[in-house]
Design a protein. Structure first.
Ligand code: SF4
Length: 241
C-alpha cells in the first residue's frame, strides 16, 4: 500500500526537491488514501496553529465529513480561545478536549513535561479512545525545529494507531502560501509576531531561524515538544500517563 511506501522515501530530498504544488498534491493524496482505508476512524488533530488549519483545510477538501479534535488547556491565550470558539461554531464536527485536573501552581515552570502530560497528553489519549481513532492526522513538519527532523509521513508509534503527517515536507513559507491562496482564517496572534503558538506562559515572540525557538524558553524543553508527538497515546490495560 502506498501509504506505507512513503515511509521509505528520502524525506530531506523530497523537502528540497518538490515544488509547492507537488507538495499540496502529495498531501491531498496521502489524506485521500488514508481516508479510503480508515473512513470515520481517521480524525484530524487540530491545535489551531497555522499548520493545523492548513491540514484541516486539506482534509475538508478530501471529505466534508472529516472529523477532528482540539486539545486545549487553561493556559491558552484568550486570542486562541476566541479563535477556537469561532472554528468550533463553523465546524461543529471539531470536538474539544481538555483537563480540569488539579495541578501545583506554576507547574509549567517547575516541571513542564509533567504539566504537558497532564494538560495535553492525557486529553489527547482520551480523544483517541472516545472518538475510536485508528489514524490521526497532524500538522507536524520536519523543517520546524530541532526535535522534528526524524519524523515520517506515516508513523506507527502505538499498536493500532497510525499517525499521518501529510504536510511533513512543507516549509513554513509554503504553509503561509497555502493559507493565503485559500483565504484560510488564522489565529490573530500570528499578526503579533508569534511563529509557533502554545500556552501563554510557555510561548514567546522570537526572531531568528528556529521557528519553535519561542517555545518553553529557559527550560529543558526549549524549542522542543509537548509530548503528543513523542509519548505513547494508546492506553494499554488502563495504564495512565
Ligand atoms: S505548554 Fe506550558 S502551560 Fe501548556 S501544558 Fe505544557 S507546560 Fe503546561
Amino acid at each position: 500500500m502506498m501509504l506505507h511506501t512513503a515511509v521509505e522515501e528520502d524525506v530531506k530530498a523530497l523537502v528540497e526537491g518538490l515544488n509547492f504544488k507537488q507538495k499540496v498534491d502529495r498531501s491531498l493524496a496521502l489524506i485521500e488514501q488514508a481516508y479510503a482505508e480508515y473512513g470515520d476512524a481517521l480524525v484530524v488533530a487540530n491545535s489551531l496553529g497555522k499548520d493545523s488549519v492548513a491540514v484541516w483545510h486539506l482534509a475538508k477538501r478530501v471529505s466534508p465529513d472529516m472529523r477532528g479534535f482540539i486539545v486545549t488547556t487553561r493556559f491558552k491565550p484568550p486570542e486562541t480561545k476566541q479563535f477556537m470558539r469561532e472554528q468550533v461554531s463553523r465546524y461543529p464536527e471539531l470536538k474539544i478536549y481538555d483537563s480540569d485536573a488539579e495541578i501545583p501552581d506554576r507547574l509549567y515552570e517547575t516541571d513542564p513535561d509533567r504539566c504537558c502530560d497532564i494538560l495535553k497528553v492525557e486529553p489527547i489519549r482520551r480523544a483517541i479512545e472516545e472518538m475510536q481513532v485508528k489514524c490521526w492526522v497532524t500538522g507536524l513538519r520536519c523543517t520546524e525545529g530541532r526535535t522534528r527532523v526524524d519524523f515520517k509521513e506515516v508513523e506507527q508509534r502505538d499498536e493500532g494507531l497510525l499517525k499521518l503527517n501529510p504536510i511533513l515536507l512543507w516549509y513554513e513559507r509554503e504553509v503561509w502560501q497555502y493559507l493565503a491562496l485559500n483565504n484560510v482564517d488564522v489565529n490573530p496572534l500570528y499578526a503579533e509576531g508569534y511563529r509557533s503558538l502554545g500556552c501563554a506562559p510557555c510561548t514567546k515572540i522570537t526572531t531568528g531561524a528556529n521557528e519553535r525557538a519561542g517555545r518553553w524558553i529557559g527550560t529543558s524543553k526549549c524549542g522542543g515538544e509537548c509530548g503528543i508527538h513523542t509519548r505513547p497515546l494508546k492506553l494499554v490495560g488502563g495504564a495512565g500517563i
